[in-house]
Ligand binder design. Structure first.
Ligand SMILES: NC(=O)c1ccc[n+]([C@@H]2O[C@H](COP(=O)([O-])OP(=O)(O)OC[C@H]3O[C@@H](n4cnc5c(N)ncnc54)[C@H](OP(=O)(O)O)[C@@H]3O)[C@@H](O)[C@H]2O)c1
Length: 174
């Protein structure tokens, strides 16, 4: 059978009742056309509302912007997802290129990325990506058109910053 693994709503849309969209997604789920349902750019209130329109399955993922450059989801969306077993898919984890620009400019906070890169034998970008996926329920989707970037980014996982280094980076970039 052909199916989509995860079908997500890209953005909340005020012109279309959420109940209608969720019922349509649930129908696809029941027909076996999608295995999982997710949302994107949803805060806790909207996730709850979306979930209330589903009776046979649960929202498994929320795709939101997250990275050293933007930690705003830590206020409520991230803890809400953590509590409810929802995977956070962090988009724009490199700030759409801004982190690489800071590294080039050698800003004060980017110096820590260089320092940790040396300590872990990784690149500063790999350290920045490892920071993003440090929490259990967070995965990330960096975009790269250069093959060398794709390869470098793949090395952002498979290892782990220590809790102390994770906190140090968080404090410096907050
Ligand atoms: N759900 C949503 O509403 C939403 C919104 C925005 C984005 N997204 C998704 O999020 C994904 C990524 O986000 P994004 O493109 O916004 O931002 P991003 O991944 O934070 O940044 C992409 C930029 O970083 C550069 N880059 C990537 N790897 C690098 C490396 N190792 N060293 C130096 N520079 C590197 C890329 O350059 P090169 O291209 O030259 O390699 C590109 O300019 C995409 O799949 C996008 O579709 C989703």
């Amino acid at each position: 059978m052909k199916y989509v693994d995860l079908y997500m709503i890209h953005w909340p849309n005020e012109r279309i009742p959420l109940s209608e969209t969720m019922k349509a997604l649930e129908r696809l789920y029941k027909e076996g056309k999608t295995r999982y349902i997710g949302v994107s750019n949803f805060g806790p209130r909207l996730i709850e509302e979306a979930q209330s329109h589903l009776s046979t399955t649960e929202i498994v993922a929320n795709q939101v912007e997250y990275g050293l450059h933007d930690m705003s989801i830590e206020a409520d969306t991230l803890p809400y997802c953590e509590r409810n077993g929802i995977t956070v898919t962090a988009y724009s984890p490199l700030g759409q290129g801004r982190i690489a620009m800071e590294l080039k400019a050698k800003t004060k906070r980017s110096e820590i990325l260089y320092e940790l890169a040396k300590k872990y034998s990784k690149s500063p970008i790999q350290v920045a990506l490892n920071w993003v996926i440090w929490r259990e329920n967070v995965i990330t989707i960096p975009k790269a058109s250069k093959i060398s970037h794709v390869e470098e980014n793949a090395g952002g996982c498979g290892w782990r910053l220590s809790p102390e280094d994770y906190e140090r980076l968080s404090r410096a970039w907050r």
